[in-house]
Write a protein that binds this ligand. Sequence first.
Ligand code: KDG
Length: 324
Amino acid sequence: MDVVSLGEVMVQMNAAEPGPLRAVRLFERHIAGSEANTLAGLSRLGFSTRFISRVGDDEMGMAVVSELSSYGVDTSCVKVDCTAPTGVYFVQRGYPIPGKSRVSYYRSGSAASRMDADDIRPELLRDAGLFHVSGITPALGMGCRAAALRAAMIAHDEGVRMSFDTNIRVQLLKNRDTALEVVEPFLALADIVFTGSGDLDFMFGGEDRDHQVAMIRELCPRACVVVVKCGARGATAYPRDGNALSASAFSVPVVDELGAGDAFDAAFLACVLDGKDVDEALLHANAAGAIVVTAKGDLEPLPTWKDIELFMAAYLGSRETLMR
Ligand code: KDG
């Protein structure tokens, strides 16, 4: 298995039109969840992936399993929990800030939030090339935190590389102290770290970027690279040995920005697993993120290599060149 991850996949009710949720009458039903999005992205890029989770014994749980499987993700470790439902969330698009999406969760007490350390068996990770998790899963409850930590420890003990995306969701992690308490154990074990400019501001205050990067670096001494995603302003990678590398984003029409960060992680990790350089990884990751914001749903627009190449061929002429 190339990549293993765990987390929650929810039913996503995505507003058919931009505007405030209270005025939206029609929704498109998708399924999505950060870590699973990244796995599906890696599957689209040719890697074998395994997802560990729980869904409810309900129609939507069946949709989660069958749709994720249709992307090639191994869902044999997704348990059906008869005592809790599959989580749901609503997506408000383009309001009040054009191009921005906002989420409303109905996930408290969901089946996935009831995962615990017993969901993680060492053999699920032993054969993996990489273990990936984000700050969302340990924020779902103490059981999920224990499960994610057990998986991270097994990966560490078995010599499996680990990537971690801080992915702070303020609705789940209320304040800076809680956020740091949740992400620190994962940062300490991670070999590759993704974060965002908003996450850095939340964790370390509105200091200058170099100071924020120095702060997060102290928390992830093993990481060979820390990647800071800045949305429409591109991304910068800070390798442990070497100079920072920045790549500007592709400018595209934004339909729904959700899932872009997960697609970015997938393409970046795919490049790392393929042994490509960091600058190439940044370029492909930015392209994957840009492609995903052009359509609704986190999974449906995830690109293949061919899609990324076609996109880059069309856009590179008008795109600022990679900056060092
Ligand atoms: O990264 C996009 C996801 O965060 C979103 O679609 C749903 O996983 C999700 C979450 O927990 O917010």
